[in-house]
Write a protein that binds this ligand. Sequence first.
Ligand code: ZN
Length: 647
Amino acid sequence: MEDNVSKIKDRLDVVEVLSGYMKLQKAGINYKGKCPFHNEKTPSFFVSPERQIWHCFGCAKGGDMFEFVKEIESVEFPEALKILAAKAGIELEQFQPRSGESVDAKQKLYEICELATKFFEKQFQSSSGQEALAYLRERGLTDATIAEFRLGWAPNDWESLSSYLKTRGYQEKEIIDAGLAVKRSAESGREGVYDRFRSRIVFPIFEVSGQVVGFTARVFEPSSAKSGQPGLAKTGETMAKYINTPQTLIYDKSRVLYGLSKAKLEIKKSDRCILVEGNMDALMSFQAGVRNVVASSGTALTPTHLRLLQRYTKNLGFCFDTDQAGAMATRRGIGLALAQQFNISILEIKDPECKDPADYVKKYGPQWSEVATGAKPVIDYYFDRARSSYNPTSAESKKQIISAVAPFIKRLTANVEKAHWVAQLSSLLRVPESAVSADIATFKDDLDSYTREDSAPETTVPIQTVVSREEPDVINEMILSLVLKAPMLLRDEIMAIPDCLIGERLANIVHQVVESEPFEFKTFVARFTGEEALQLEFAHLRSQELWQGFDDETLKTEFCNIINSAQRRAINAKLTNLQFDVKEAEACKDRERLTRLASDFNELARQLILTHHIYGPKEKTQETVKEEIVSEIKTETENQTGQENSL
Ligand SMILES: [Zn+2]
């Protein structure tokens, strides 16, 4: 694995890899661009070709090319490795068969998947298969659609498919590699393999060329099996409704969209693609004559999916389930698609009896095409939806409207359009346009959360605090960047950094920098690994960008300012805690404790005054300093408690 990483890094350049995803501009020895992971107007995202790293000074994300691909594609390391290996033209060993070329191995898997598809199709003729077929017809599928998409039936049998494939000359290992069989565990006391798909309706997954690469299978229990025969997988236990082919040499779920091979021409022709959630939705839509349709097939939409679609169109119509999860999936997908410059519209199913397109087509048939063509532009959709439930007497309701549409208005590039929406909101909410504009500008942007799969904690943090200088690691990174820029200031004891302000680990690094003479970053950083090395790289990049061309005097001032911030951060944290202690003591009328806390307060206030005297830019009177302390404590407390009242 490690070997693959260094091979890939040898062949690829970080600037080249990142440029495939974002716009980068040369800026001195480094490159810069607008961070794809947080919202910003001026670039604070830097790439160092020399160090082969990237780092955003705004949101503090950073790392090597693997970290970037993980972050932007929302994938884990193994997938990132695959993506970059493909880019570098490196074959990963884990997928290389022991003998023969991988082209042959792939070819075998295609053959196996094709044979399996034929096998499953044929099983509809069995008695249990007849029941499955009846179920599909009952759901509204015609025999023509079932045949066109080659649906099939996997009987409730542990070995029927694997035995069949073995008679056709395939090895157990090959059947496992195709994702169709699973090796029996040692505990079972038996040798060999068993079929992955049993008692399921099988939907073959085609790649764009039309070849079958995998399957998704829906559980179905025929009545003949309900008596509870041995080996029967019963519903209601731990059975998943759908299971899929795992990742194989030819199948990667983040790169395949269900139905694309059949829809691609229609998508090109109509210059539009309709995105639905389930396979059944895609099939029913296709059957109703709306054929420019693909399904994300139960998995979250990925940037790779979108890049695949980009080849055919820039116009996407979303139609996801109307339930809460559907709404979330829709927002996430929209965030991703907006980031890739798609034009987005939303298809609305207005009949409450129909929760998805499949239901709708079953009930209304070809009328589905009217829903598809009547899709609303995404802002109109969210605005209308918010307006229909708007309650003019509730502040919460005003907030909801802004939060629903702000991310879209923010992203509009045409000022006329922006002004239009600001005016709309202003007249609906009866607040001045200037206030609406200000709220839109500061509202948290939930569409940015696409960068993480489980982004719940991230989205609750307002954007402003992410870029604030008070963020602890940003202050520490600033300090380290100054130390790297001008170690002699510490060496000659012109400046000093109290260890307790920056933590033991960082203090240790700082001491080592100071002791290295002459200091050369490249050799110095080689002493470190992991987190510490990365921390140094980030600080080094920051020092290159931020302190470029600064003379010693200015650097000294910057040092003072930052240490000042760090001191005040530490004392303010204590004062804030103290405030809560005071409230607590007041609540239980603990006079003794209150007296003690008051003296603690005086001590901390004295320290804060001292900080101002030592590091403050100007001489201050006791009075102004005291006022400042009070207001600082106030803002500190507001920052902690005022987040819900931000509108
Ligand atoms: Zn950023």
